[in-house]
Ligand binder design. Sequence first.
Ligand SMILES: *Cc1c(COP(=O)(O)O)cnc(C)c1O
Length: 338
Amino acid sequence: MIDLRSDTVTRPDDRMREASANAEVGDDVYREDPTVNELEERAAEIVGTEAALYVPTGTMGNQIAVRTHTERGQEVLCERESHVVKWELGGMAQLSGLQVRTVEGDDRGVVSPERVRESYVAEDLHRPGTGLLTLENTHNSKGGAAIEVEKIRETAETAHGLDVPVHLDGARVFNAAAALGVEAREIVAPVDSVMFCLSKGLGAPVGSMLAGSQEFVDRARRNRKLLGGGMRQAGIIAAPGALALENRHRLTDDHENAHRLAAGLDGIEGLSVLEPETNIVLVDCEGTGHTAEEFLAAVESTGVLGVAFGEYVVRFCTHWDVDDGDVEEAISAVDRAL
Ligand SMILES: *Cc1c(COP(=O)(O)O)cnc(C)c1O
């Protein structure tokens, strides 16, 4: 089976398993786990922030971030299709008493400065006030669009001009960096905090990082504890995470595979494929006369897994357990299925 459902399905390699086995550990709630401390320092250095916090999942990282930046009752501006709105169980409302105001992004999920200005709400007797803007890069629902540094900067500067901090959901920020040919720190520089996943294209079995100023991370650490994310000998899972960080330069391989997969699938009658910017390939199968669910059932029977991303849209994701041969095989398996 060629599993293209997500870049989260990768399994840790022998080096990662050995790193877990040999990790020096301590109680991380007491800040005594040297492996976690090292990972947090290295992560902060790579994204160019003062500090970083190791968190179990990207979802928890985002939820800690929004809570840390805001006060209960405030509004959070989010792009309409963003993960933090669509796929986190309404956590901002459930966990932090926040109200989401969605902002329309463009077809790549870019939020313009104008949209931020018109959606901003000043606090007064009747209105809660805007407490935060979240952005996403790469943008998952928009097919892994890698949003340019200049666009992030323009929008973040507009928010800052209104005294609104900015959190970046950078679950795949290293995919964005690889696609744009910049360092992740350049993408992160205009924003106040960033979350990124070690457990996606970077290949770690578990874990994400939340990075920002020292003051932000100190308060985020308390919120991590509150949400149940204070872990003990976490070096066991942080050790492979540290190796994963060094995998960021191999993401271009996934992007090349995504391009080849997209080109191959686009040549199949009835399929229309968006040119991928990173490792996410969105395939529109309406031209086959079948729904996404029917299409997925058929390709599963010939050995390929994907996920439905709409009634007629399927997402395939390349990752480090998928090689050139798998891409060729996936294309011919889809062809056979149809
Ligand atoms: C996967 C993902 C998350 C959440 O990460 P989990 O570790 O699955 O909780 C957040 N944002 C985006 C854009 C993602 O793709």
